[in-house]
Structure formats: C-alpha cells, structure tokens
Design a protein around this ligand. Structure first.
Ligand code: 3HC
Ligand code: NAI
Length: 706
C-alpha cells in the first residue's frame, strides 16, 4: 500500500476549530484500504491535536460513501478493518459529525452511525443494503442501528435493504437534522459550530436507548425471524441479520460486535455472497456495450408504439412511466380502444393497491394519444413495433414506418424470435432498425434485450441503451439468431425438461425441483401461465423444418389438442379450479404422459431432484456457452444478466454461467458427455466449454475481455 495515496484520498483541513475530513475516492467513496487508513489516521490526528475541537466528515462528489469496497471482498483483509475505523470514530473524545449528501449506504451509513451527530441534505439516500449482496452490516451496523432507531425499524432497513430519503431518515431518528441547502460542507460546518457553541458532548450511539424497551425489541426480533424464515427461503444472510440484532439485545455492545463479526465472515464465505456480488457487477457491466463507448445516442423525447396488445400496452406503460409522450397505432378503432383499456387496467390495478393516485393516472394518460393512422407517427423519435409475431405482418408495418417516420427516427421491433435483419430489409433505412425485446409484463420485467442487426448504426444501439436507462430496464446486447439470448437458451432447457418428463419424471416433480433450486416457478407452471397455444402454434409452424432425427416429445401437443392452454382455460399441465392461479396436479395429464411414454416405447425411470437439476442446468449452461461462442452474447455475464432479469434465475446463484463456474466446468462437461450417451444429437458439448476445460479456465475469465 502506498501511504501517499491515503493522504490524497482522505484530506484534512482545519477550519476554525473544526477538522474537516474529506473522502475523495470516486466514483462513490467506497471504503477501500486507502480510505480506511486515511480516515483512521485523520481521527487519530484530531484526537491528539489540541487545535481541533470537533471533526466533520464529508464525501467529495455526489455521494457521502457508497459502502465497503465490494471489490475487496474475498481478498486478504488489510488493517485497519472497517469495524476498527468505526470504533475509532466513536471513541473519539471530540464530537464527530457526519454530513451526508447522496448515498450513505452499508459501511457508509455505519461510519455515520459511529459518528456522534448526523446531518443530511434533502437529496441524501441512506440504507443498509448488505442483504442484497448476501451480507449483513458488518461494521457495527447491526449493533448501532437498533440502539439508535429501535429493533423493528433497524430490522426493516437491514432485511429489506431499502434506501430511505432524508425525511424518512429524520423521522426514524437515523439523522439529527436535514440541511437547508445542498451545500453539504457549508451545512455541516454550520451544524458543527452550533454543536460546539452548545458544548455538545461526544454522544455515542453504543449508549443510545433504542433497545431499552426489551419486550418490544424481543417481539420485533421474533416477528422478523418468523417472517424471514417464510419469505427469504433459501437465503443465508437474512436470518443472520436477525441473529445479530438478537445479540444486540442480549449481549454487551462489545460482545455483540464480536458476534456480528463472526456472522459477517460466515456470510462473506458463502457462495451466495459470491453469486450476488457477481450479479451486482454484471448488471453494471452490461451497460458498457461497445457502441455506448463510441457513439452518441440520438435524442428520444417521444415514442410511438404499434400494436396495443399484451406487449404494446406494457411497453406504452413503461414509456409513459418514464415521462415520455406515447403515440399508439392500432389496426382499427376497436383494437385501439382495447389497447387504451389495457393501459388503464394496469394503472387502475396500481390505484387499487394504493400505489398510484387517480391524479397520477390522469397525468400519465394525458401523455398518451392513439390513432389508426401511421401518419400519427410522423414526428416521433422512436417507434416500437409490437404486432403479431408474423414476418409478413411485421414487414408491412415497417414499410409503413419507412413511409411516415421522420429521418433519424429509430425503428424498433419487439419480435421474440424473428430475424431482425430480414425485418430491416423492408425499409430504405436499415441503419435505423433495431430489436428491442421486452419481456412480459413489459412495464414490470427488467430485462430488455437489445438485438443488434448487421446494418444498424452504432448511435442507434447507443440510443437503445439510453432508452433502457430512461425506462429503468436492464439492457443486454444480443446478436440476431432464433430467440436471441434468452428464448434460444430457454428452448433448449425446456426440451431437456420435456425429455425428462417423457423418460419418467412428472412435470410436478420437475417444477418442484426447479423451485427448490430457487426459481419462482418451474417450466410447466410457466407454460401454463404464458398459455400453451402460443408454443403449440410455433411448433406447428416449425414442424416442416424440424430435424427428423431430433427427439420430439408430443405430450404438450396432446394437452393442447384438448384445448387445455393453461391458466386461461382452467387447465394445462395443472388443474385450476374457480379461476385460481395455483394449480393442482392433474391425474388426466399424468395418464396422457403415460400413454405417450407407451407410444414412444419408453420404460419410465426414476429421477431424483438432483438428477433433474443436473440435466436442466447442463442444458442451460451448454446453450449459454454456444450463445457466447457464436457472439450472440458478448460475454458469459450477459447470459447471466439475461436469466437473472428476465427468467427468474435465482439471483444468489449469480446466473447460469456463474453457477457453472461454481460447480466446475469439468463437472458440467462430464455430465453433458454422460447424457450424450443416450442422445448424442441433443447433448453436443459446446466447443467453448470443451476449450475452457482443456485450458483449465472458466467462464469468469471471459468476462473481462469484451
Ligand atoms: N464498492 C466498489 N465499487 C462500487 C461500490 C462499492 N460499494 N458501489 C458502487 N461501486 C462502483 C460500481 O461498480 C460502478 O463502477 P463502474 O463505473 O466501474 O461500473 C460505480 O461505482 C458507479 O456505480 P453506479 O453505476 O451504481 O452509480 P450510481 O450513481 O447509479 O449509484 C450507488 C451509486 C447508489 C452508491 C450504487 O452504486 C450502489 O448501490 N452501490 C452499492 C451500495 C452497497 O450495496 N453498499 C454496501 C456494500 S457492503 C458493505 O458496506 C459491508 C459493510 O457492512 C461491512
Ligand atoms: P397480441 O396479440 O397481444 O397483440 C398484437 C397487437 O397487434 C394486437 O392488438 C393487434 O390488433 C395489433 N396489430 C396487428 N397487426 C397490426 C398492424 N398491422 N398495425 C397495428 N396493429 C396491429 O401480441 P403480443 O403478445 O403483444 O405480441 C406482440 C409482439 O411482441 C410479438 O412479436 C411477440 O412475439 C412479441 N413478444 C411477446 C411476448 C409475450 O409474452 N406475449 C414477450 C416478448 C415479445
């Protein structure tokens, strides 16, 4: 470590009798080793310097402190540790004030809690989001926060990981004062001078009275434990947070700190921490697609949507929610009215749940206009087409867009599978055509695949990433192929699930195994939710071009032939009685499966849940590797983010490629080769996996390179 670096990063300046300690470690003043050393040294100096009567800690730039330096987790710890820094601050005999602007998160808030007084500007955001990284506040946060604001409020903060604004932080008692202006230094100095004038003592959070009502604290801890056991199924750190707060109640402050440390180290060592932190960085890496570095986005101040069905309406809501005016074009007045009604239904649902006011709805709807004429799109900056999944229909729509849209307008398609290059051939300006693949419901699902056809210009790609930011979506750059990243990989692991069903596993067992792994739903529940008719139509369309040697399971066709399309028809793989959304196993479906096994000459065999997940994941990983190998995804992390944001992959496992690394690629390859003995056509090892195993490398090694 270079001692000079700490001095550059943490600077101290005596203003009057106040030592102003400024942390300047862009982008978010994370508490890496240099910051910790600098801060520790500054407090030591303040402690001994008779000219200093108080200390004021501020962050340079937009934030106070974004937390511990996440990049250091898993590396050897260099002293002083963050708990040591916090304890040093709290032990200071002179008043220490934290002045907060922007983020004071995780270790950042823990530093503020260790200080004796806290002031924040109106734009501050405070929180203990460690749980989202598989951790708990490990620098005294689990001990100080409950003492300061009570067990119930502290548990809520730590278990939800949510950020609170200055007003709420003040109401909770997390901060003492909200500054009048955004000038954090000036506000901090005024406050510290007032404290000095009032001879305010070094008031220590460890002595605060938030846990003094022991009965209420115990009740809050018990309630949190019961709820966490239910809600945070499969997660490691939430219950450790509850344990740490219990220690705060039952043990001395110092023993509680020691207990917190032990629990924190257990979390650090857990694979869930590795998965969640991978997800954190991967979600930021996907934003850096090559075009975003080289091209400037076009200005998007208005959006057109063609089609007001499931997707068109959802996309319109996403754009309206971002404050953009939306022009919707439909085939006829009746369809347009349905499109508008779809949008209003979303807002009415939010009003019913008190998550929106009727006034907000009126404001959003005032930005919406509808038309049955393409001419209404003449002035918009970007159009998203969401009509039927049919190449001829889409090409006709694009020819119309070519006719009416102004030069420079971005022309996007929401197709799920179709060739975006072929769609681009229907216009005179293919450089403006791009795929924007939203997921259903489009106003809620975070994933946006940005599908990049061969002729599109870089600034259009950059515009798509900018739009994603406006719409609060997670964009992943994908190349053109059947199904892009997500649906292409989905098709393969869905087939693996169908094969297992025909070979002897019931759909209910498969769904259960997949849920136990951490997905919110199994593949057959998803099929019932989405509606079996869509997949059936696709299978019929593709029947003529299907490889005759490829295994084809007909069970889904038998179910669809009976008109059982899932939830909307009351039965699919499951039975849904009284319009319910929770299905029960259907003996008639089991009979259909038995009959199909017999027709195919298959003697059913038993699968354990582990067998099921080995195959399910091997299929997902293998196709994920193919997608990377063929350049459809830039890196393995792009596949991970696709599955985390669009397909319910358990976040704590980091995504399928991260999971593969944690299992070991050699093990995955051995599984694929074992399964290939039964079906060599389906189970062809991806050349990328073979290559990585030969080189003793992993997917992570490819994440840096694009
Ligand atoms: N450590 C290291 N790097 C961090 C970081 C952290 N705590 N927080 C953010 N960064 C990096 C990001 O990776 C990104 O890097 P890049 O530019 O190379 O991609 C850069 O800082 C900017 O981050 P954002 O794009 O997220 O910037 P925003 O302005 O949108 O948001 C933020 C700022 C609200 C601070 C957000 O970054 C954030 O939520 N950070 C994580 C906060 C957190 O979880 N803190 C707890 C850490 S664990 C802890 O403190 C343990 C302790 O209890 C012992
Ligand atoms: P939908 O059937 O609900 O809606 C399609 C709408 O397009 C209908 O309202 C129809 O009236 C309208 N339409 C058809 N031809 C038109 C034309 N020439 N001009 C104007 N409007 C026209 O279909 P859905 O589900 O919304 O799908 C739309 C597109 O989004 C498809 O390409 C689909 O593959 C894709 N998609 C669908 C997803 C889903 O889960 N439903 C997810 C992601 C993409």
């Amino acid at each position: 470590m270079n001692p000079e670096l700490s001095e550059d990063i943490v600077t101290s300046e005596l203003r009057d009798r106040i030592l102003v300690v400024t942390l300047d470690h862009p982008p978010v003043n994370a508490l890496g080793i240099h910051v910790r050393r600098g801060l520790f040294a500054a407090i030591e100096a303040a402690h001994t310097d008779p000219a200093v009567e108080a200390v004021l800690i501020v962050g340079a730039g937009r934030n106070f402190i974004g937390g511990a330096d996440i990049r250091e987790f898993g590396l050897p710890l260099l002293p002083p540790s963050l708990p040591e820094v916090c304890n040093r601050i709290e032990a200071c005999r002179k008043p220490v004030v934290a002045a907060i602007r922007g983020a004071a998160l995780g270790g950042g808030l823990e530093i503020a809690l260790a200080a004796h007084y806290r002031i924040a500007t109106a734009t501050a955001r405070l929180g203990l989001p460690e749980v989202t990284l598989g951790l708990l506040p490990g620098a005294g946060g689990t001990q100080r926060a409950p003492r300061l604001i009570g067990a119930k409020a502290a548990l809520d903060l730590m278990l939800s990981g949510r950020h609170v604004d200055a007003e709420e932080a003040h109401a909770l008692g997390l901060i003492d004062l909200i500054g009048q202006t955004d000038d954090v230094l000036a506000e901090g100095l005024i406050y510290t001078r007032e404290l000095l004038a009032a001879h305010a003592p070094a008031r220590r959070t460890r002595d605060a009275a938030g846990l003094d009502d022991r009965a209420a604290s115990r009740a809050a801890i018990e309630a949190a434990r019961a709820e966490t056991s239910k809600k945070s199924r499969g997660l490691f750190s939430p219950l450790k947070i509850v344990d740490a707060v219990q220690a705060a109640l039952e043990q001395s402050f110092d023993d509680g700190l020691r207990h917190e440390r032990q629990l924190f180290l257990q979390c650090i060592d857990s694979p869930q921490r590795a998965g969640l932190i991978h997800a954190f960085f991967a979600e930021r890496e996907v934003l850096k697609a090559p075009e975003t570095r080289t091209a400037r986005p076009r200005r998007i101040a208005s959006v057109g949507v063609v089609g007001g069905g499931t997707m068109g309406a959802g996309i319109a809501v996403a754009a309206l929610d971002a404050g953009l005016p939306v022009t919707m074009v439909e085939r006829d007045e009746a369809s347009l009215a349905r499109g508008r009604a779809h949008i209003e239904k979303v807002y009415d649902g939010l009003i019913a749940k008190s998550r929106m006011t009727p006034e907000d709805k009126a404001a959003a709807m005032s930005r919406w206009t509808g038309s049955t004429s393409y001419d209404a799109l003449a002035a918009v900056d970007l159009v998203i087409e969401a009509v039927f999944e049919d190449m001829a229909v889409k090409q006709t729509v694009f020819a119309e867009l070519d006719r009416v849209c102004k030069p420079g307008a971005v022309l996007a398609t929401n197709t799920s599978y179709l060739d975006v290059d072929a769609i681009a051939t229907s216009v005179s300006r293919p450089a403006d055509v791009i795929g924007l693949h939203f997921f259903s419901p489009a106003n809620i699902m975070k994933l946006l695949e940005v599908v990049v056809p061969s002729q599109v210009s870089s600034d259009v790609v950059a515009t798509a990433f900018e739009l994603a930011k406006k719409l609060r979506k997670v964009p992943v750059r994908a190349g053109v192929c059947d199904g892009f990243i997500g649906n292409r990989v989905l098709a393969v692991y869905r087939a693996a699930a169908d094969y297992m069903m025909e070979d002897g596993a019931s759909p209910y067992q498969i769904d259960r195994a997949v849920r136990e792994f951490g997905f919110p739903m199994g593949p057959f529940q998803v099929a019932d939710l989405a509606g079996g008719d869509i997949g059936w139509a696709t299978r019929k369309r593709r029947a003529a071009t299907r490889d005759p040697n490829a295994r084809y399971v007909q069970i889904a066709d038998r179910i669809c032939e009976r008109g059982w399309f899932g939830q909307k028809t009351g039965r699919g793989y499951y039975l849904y009685t009284d319009g319910g959304r929770v299905g029960t196993p259907d003996p008639e479906v089991e009979a259909i499966i038995d009959a199909e096994r017999e027709r195919a000459g298959i003697t059913p065999c038993a699968f354990t849940d582990e067998d099921i997940m080995r195959r399910y994941m091997a299929a997902m990983i293998n196709e994920g590797a193919n997608v990377v190998h063929q350049g459809v995804a830039l890196r393995p992390l792009d596949v991970d983010v696709t599955f985390l944001s669009g397909y319910g992959f358990p976040r704590y496992r980091g995504g399928p490629m991260k999971y593969a690394d944690s299992v070991g690629l050699a093990t995955v390859l051995a599984d694929i080769r074992e399964f290939a003995q039964e079906d060599p056509l389906f189970w062809q090892p991806s050349p990328l996996i073979v290559d990585l195993v030969e080189r003793d490398a992993d997917f992570a090694s490819l994440n840096q390179s694009a």
